[in-house]
Design a protein around this ligand. Sequence first.
Ligand code: FAD
Ligand code: FES
Length: 293
Amino acid sequence: MPYKIMKKVLLGNGGTLFEMDIFAPLIAKKAFAGNFILIRINEKGERIPLTIADYNREDGTITIVVQIIGKSTLLLSHQNEGDEILDIAGPLGNKIHIEKYEHPIIIIGGGVGIAPCFPQAKELKEAGNSIIAILGARTKDLIFWQEKMASVCEKVIISTNDGSAGIKGFVTKPLKDLISKNKISLVIAIGPMIMMKNVALLTSGIEGLSRVKTFVSLNTIMVDGTGMCGGCRFSTLDGDIYFACVDGPDVDGHIVDFANLLKRADRFVDQEKNSLECYDSECKALEKLNKGS
Ligand SMILES: Cc1cc2nc3c(=O)[nH]c(=O)nc-3n(C[C@H](O)[C@H](O)[C@H](O)COP(=O)(O)OP(=O)(O)OC[C@H]3O[C@@H](n4cnc5c(N)ncnc54)[C@H](O)[C@@H]3O)c2cc1C
Ligand code: FES
């Protein structure tokens, strides 16, 4: 069954970041924070994992926020309102654990990782928690959903690498300040692997800071999303092996062997580059043909 795109919104940065509402009532009915979908745009497309960044059970829609990074995300960006996506599998992965914590929770979103923070903040807030969000990006244009996050958080702190908005520097700067001055029950970090690695290091109890339980959301390579292909395998610092799709994607950040994970993330770079170049030249040839006709 094809899935219709009900709404598309560009989120800045020259259109490399966009939001889509997709009509998928059965998925919307069962979605919770932490879940993701596997999406295949057309019959020749690969399946790529994307987080369910919001859901509306009444309207039967799910929301995704996508950063154009290679061929499939570029192809998806070429789809518009009214277009249909061939297939979507989900909701996949584990929903996050929800409980009422004693002290505030800090939720950190880096870049496109800001989007999956929203349903987590919303559901944790509904359980009576007090949430502080730290939203970080390279530059101001890449910060989005600030108001949406503010609607479910006590406080939203912005940090940008270049200082164009909020605190100048990485998200770890306001995080260090918060955990050194306040009692915090939980930290959740979603974003680039290197950001999650550094957050987990900071909350592990270094530099005389207290150790704070930390969850990270692993954006490993995924193929089937059901624990069978091994693509999303990750190891812990104790040498145990897990699969991000069925054991996560949200996992205890203090057990993850990030060095190994960062090495594995680069293993298809040549093929990905090649595939994007082929798609680009196909697009240009088609454009030329259309102009000529
Ligand atoms: C659980 C999960 C949730 C995610 N949620 C989002 C989201 O909400 N928004 C978003 O923009 N991105 C999300 N991603 C990342 C997204 O899946 C990749 O950006 C996308 O697959 C890139 O495909 P591409 O063909 O455009 O790029 P490619 O050129 O193929 O790859 C570029 C980079 O994207 C990553 N990637 C490529 N293929 C996969 C794959 N099959 N699985 C995972 N990563 C891959 C790799 O790091 C790779 O180096 C998520 C990943 C995971 C695992
Ligand atoms: S994506 Fe295949 S085992 Fe997780």
